[in-house]
Design a binder for this molecule. Structure first.
Ligand code: NAD
Ligand code: 13P
Length: 359
C-alpha cells in the first residue's frame, strides 16, 4: 500500500480544526500517509480576497478558526473534485444540510477503493426513513464510512487543550488486509494527537446517534439558561435528554450499544460539553433572552457557522411524527415546538412532565 492520500471535505470551525489534526499526523507518519492534505473550502471573499488564498498564504482560516496557525502541508482547495482526486481517505466535515449536494458532485469522481470518516453530527431523513450520515455516504458513494464524534468544542481542540474523541469504524466486506487497507490502527494514527486522545470502536450507530441528538438537548439547555433558571434546570434537561437519546438508539438503531452512550466521549461527555458551552446552547440562550427566532440568533451570533440542533430537531420531529412516537420523546418534541411553533419556553417543564405522565 502506497501512503494514503487524505482529503478533508469542509473548512468550518470543526472542519478546519480536524484538518489541522490530520495534517499534523500525515506529516508525522510518512510511511502511512502522504504529507499534503487537501481541505475543500466552500469559496468566499474576505475583504476582496479568496478565503483559500488567505489560508494558503497566512496559514490561518481567518473566518472560521481565527488566530490558529495551520500546518503548511494543509492546502485549501476551492475545487471539490480536485481536492478528492486520488484521495484514499475522505474526511467529511461540513454542516450536514450541505451533504446531499456534495455527495451528488462526488458520485463517479472518487476512487472506488476510498474509505471515509464522517465528522458530521445530524441525520438524513428522507424516503429511506431516518439514516445515519455515515450510512447515507455509503449508500450514495458505495464506500465504507465510519464516524468521529466526541466532547470536542472546536475552539478548545484547535488550541490543543486536551480532549478525547471516539472514532467508530467497521471493516468493509472488501477489506484488503492489515497493512493494505484502512483499519483501526490507521485511523488512530490519523486522528490521535497528544492533545486529542482517540478511542477506536465499532459502534458507528451509537456514536452517530449520540452526536446528532445532543444538539437538540443543548437547545433545551440554552432555553432554561436564557430564562435564568440555572444549573439545576440544565441538569434536568440533560437527564431527560440522555434518556431520550438512548431510547431513540434502541428503538430505531438496535445495533447501537447502550454502553457507548455512557462510556465513550461521543456519549455523555459530548452531551455535557455541548450543553455547557456549545453554539446550540448559545443560540437557544439568545432566543430566550431576546425573543428572536432561531434563524435570527444563529445568523447574528455565529458569523456563518451553524447550530445543527435547529435542523436536527426538525428532522427528528418529522421522523417521530411519521412513526407516531412523538409522545415517547417529550423533550425532543418540546424543543421542536418551541423553535418552530413558538410555544413558550417557560412551559418546558410541563411539556416534559405532562407527556411523561401519560406514558
Ligand atoms: P460551521 O458551523 O463552522 O459552518 C461553516 C462552514 O459551512 C464553512 O466552511 C462554510 O464555508 C460552509 N458552508 C456555508 N455555506 C455552504 C454551502 N452552501 N455549501 C457547503 N458549505 C457551506 O461548520 P463546522 O463547525 O465545521 O461543523 C461541521 C460539522 O461538525 C457539523 O456537523 C457540526 O455539528 C460538527 N461539529 C462541530 C464542532 C464545533 O465545535 N464546531 C465540534 C464537533 C462536531
Ligand atoms: P456546538 O455545535 O453546539 O458548538 O457543539 C459542538 C460539538 O459538537 C462539541 O462536541
Amino acid at each position: 500500500q502506497d501512503p494514503y492520500k487524505v482529503c478533508v471535505i469542509g473548512s468550518g470551525n470543526w472542519g478546519t480544526t480536524i484538518a489541522k489534526v490530520v495534517a499534523e499526523n500525515t506529516n508525522n507518519y510518512p510511511q502511512l500517509f502522504q504529507s499534503k492534505v487537501d481541505m475543500w473550502v466552500f469559496q468566499e471573499q474576505i475583504d476582496g480576497r479568496n478565503l483559500t488564498d488567505i489560508i494558503n498564504t497566512q496559514h490561518e482560516n481567518v473566518k472560521y478558526l481565527p488566530n490558529i496557525k495551520l500546518p503548511e502541508n494543509l492546502v485549501a482547495n476551492p475545487s471539490l473534485l480536485d481536492a478528492v482526486n486520488d484521495a484514499d481517505i475522505l474526511v467529511f466535515n461540513i454542516p450536514h444540510q450541505f451533504l446531499p449536494r456534495i455527495v451528488q458532485q462526488l458520485k463517479g469522481n472518487i476512487k472506488k477503493t476510498a474509505r471515509a470518516i464522517s465528522c458530521l453530527k445530524g441525520f438524513e431523513v428522507g424516503k429511506n426513513g431516518v439514516q445515519l450520515l455515515s450510512d447515507y455516504i455509503t449508500d450514495q458513494l458505495d464506500i465504507q464510512c465510519g464516524a468521529l464524534s466526541g466532547a470536542n468544542l472546536a475552539p478548545e481542540v484547535a488550541l490543543e487543550h486536551w480532549s478525547e474523541t471516539t472514532v467508530a469504524y467497521n471493516l468493509p466486506f472488501d477489506y484488503r488486509g492489515e497493512g493494505k487497507d484502512v483499519d483501526h490502527k490507521v485511523l488512530k494514527a490519523l486522528f490521535h494527537r497528544p492533545y486529542f486522545h482517540v478511542s477506536v470502536i465499532d459502534d458507528v450507530a451509537g456514536v452517530s446517534i449520540a452526536g446528532a441528538l445532543k444538539n437538540v438537548v443543548a437547545l433545551g439547555c440554552g432555553f432554561v439558561e436564557g430564562l435564568g433558571w440555572g444549573n439545576n434546570a440544565s441538569a434536568a434537561i440533560q437527564r431527560v435528554g440522555l434518556g431520550e437519546i438512548i431510547k431513540f438508539g434502541q428503538m430505531f438503531f438496535p445495533e447501537s450499544k447502550v454502553e457507548t452512550y455512557y462510556k465513550e466521549s461521543a456519549g455523555v461527555a459530548d452531551l455535557i460539553t455541548t450543553c455547557s458551552g456549545g453554539r446550540n446552547v448559545r443560540v437557544a440562550k439568545m432566543m430566550a433572552e431576546t425573543g428572536e427566532s432561531a434563524e435570527y440568533c444563529e445568523k447574528n451570533l455565529l458569523n456563518g457557522q451553524s447550530a445543527q440542533g435547529i435542523i436536527t430537531c426538525k428532522e427528528v420531529y418529522e421522523w417521530l411524527s411519521t412513526c407516531d412516537k412523538l409522545d415517547e420523546y417529550p423533550l425532543f418534541t418540546a424543543v421542536y415546538r418551541i423553535v418552530y411553533e413558538g410555544l413558550p419556553m417557560k412551559n418546558l417543564p410541563d411539556m416534559i412532565e405532562e407527556l411523561e405522565y401519560f406514558n
